[in-house]
Each structure stands twice: as structure tokens, then as C-alpha cells.
Design a protein around this ligand. Sequence first.
Ligand SMILES: C[S@@+](CC[C@H](N)C(=O)[O-])C[C@H]1O[C@@H](n2cnc3c(N)ncnc32)[C@H](O)[C@@H]1O
Length: 265
Amino acid sequence: MSFSFLVREYINWLYHSKTRHGVHSPFVYRFIDECLYKKTDTKPLAGILEQRKKLSKDKSILKYKDPGAGSKTKNNIHKKSIEVSVSRLARYSMQEKRFILLFYRMIQYFNYQTILELGTSLGVTAACMSRANPAIHIDTIEGAKPVADIAKNLFNNTDVNNIFLHEGFFDEILTGVIQNKVYDMIYIDGNHKGEKLLHYFHTLTKHINPNGVIIVDDIRWSASMLKAWYEIQKHQKTRVTIDLFKLGLVFFDDRLSRENFLIRF
Ligand SMILES: C[S@@+](CC[C@H](N)C(=O)[O-])C[C@H]1O[C@@H](n2cnc3c(N)ncnc32)[C@H](O)[C@@H]1O
């Protein structure tokens, strides 16, 4: 997505977006008022947020084949080799703190019990989500082993016991991980190609609780991601979507009428 396109998108989004005022859906109004705009007591997250800071200063280099990129040759998919510092991953790959805290609040507000994350990265988001309620179950999938190892360390160092980290590529292990499972919250934050996003979304709508949410990150990462986001809004199971510019929330409760909300956050 070019910078100028992104700026135009942002201005357009800003012009049409609202705060809680002007929102007529009681479900969305309450969500904004009681969850989205609430402050988070970060005391239970202090240890994890401390580790997050450490990761952002860690200059060690990780080498792996990027599971998100690939170019097809005759019989093979060649993954691009990358060398990247942990600090760089923390800066560019890790979720922003305000969204991590939002997910934490959402788990408590909606009382979500089962969570799936596609793309663990360094594990900070999953660790924070797990603190929202130690009794919940979190499956998270990461395709880059050295990255998954850092996440595992983080979980061990912060006494997190309710996260199940599955190492492997989505296309190879997702079906096995989700078999016979229904999730309350699914967070798609891995492969940033629109067609892949749609594929995962369609698959995962069969595994989402009707009262649950699918969170799609980086909806404006590329033209294909934005197109996929518009497709998601039209999916037969989709009811309410909330566009927070960087990411989108998709709710499926069929008592809600189909509507897209652009909400400032
Ligand atoms: C943007 S980061 C995830 C950030 C994390 N969810 C957070 O909230 O901080 C995306 C991660 O997904 C992984 N990933 C991308 N494509 C993948 C695939 N096809 N299979 C498995 N992992 C993948 C990458 O290695 C990367 O660590």
C-alpha cells in the first residue's frame, strides 16, 4: 500500500469514523463505552510488559525462512530467508500495546474462554491475553522456529501456563489444531495476503462461537488485504464489523443487524 494511498484512506476513515456518539446499535454503543474506551489496570501485566521492553532492546539475530512469504516454483514453495534482530521484530512485527490491552479487556468484558491466534511472533500478545483469565485456553500458531522459541521463553519466564504454542505453517497444521474446537476469539495476524486472509476467514467461521469475534489485523496493509476486509463484511455469517483503521473486529451474533462501524480508537 503506497504512503499516499494510506494517507487518503486515513483521511477518509477519519471523516466517516465516529466515537460512541452517533452509534445507534446498543451492542456497539455498550461495547465502546464499557470496553473499547475503558482504561486498563496493567498491574497484572507488569512482568510481561517489562519483558516486552527487554525484547525491544535485544539485538540478537534470528535466521529463518519467512513463513509469510513464498514464491512458487514448479514443485516447490521457496520461502525467503531472513536475518532479523529481536528488537526489529519487536518494533515491526509485534502488536501495538493499545491493541494488546484492548484484547485483554475484550476477554474480560465478553468472558471469552477459548482463543486462537494465527501468528504468535514473540508471544507478548498471547501472554497478555492469558493474564485476562488464567482459566482460558489459548492456541497460538507460529511458523518460524527461532521466533517461537523466544515466545516459549517468555511464557516460561512469566509463569504463563494456559497457552498452547503450535509450531508450523498455517497451511500445514491449522486444520489439525482447530479440529473439533470452537473458539470465542480468533485473532488472525499472520500471512498478510488478501486471498490467504479470506481462505483462513472462511475456514475459521466454521470454528467461531456465534457470540464470538474474529479479529483481523492489518486490514489496510495492502490493496488485497483491504479488498479481503470488504469481502469479510459481506460474508453470510458476518453481522457487526468494527473498523478501527489498523484492524477490524467481526461479530457473528445473528440477533445483530448487519452493519459496519468506523470507530475512532
Ligand atoms: C505480525 S506477526 C504476529 C504478531 C503477534 N500476533 C502480536 O500480536 O504481536 C506475524 C507472525 O506470523 C508468522 N507467520 C506468518 N505467516 C505464517 C504462516 N503461513 N504460518 C505460520 N506462521 C506464519 C510470522 O512468522 C510472524 O511471527
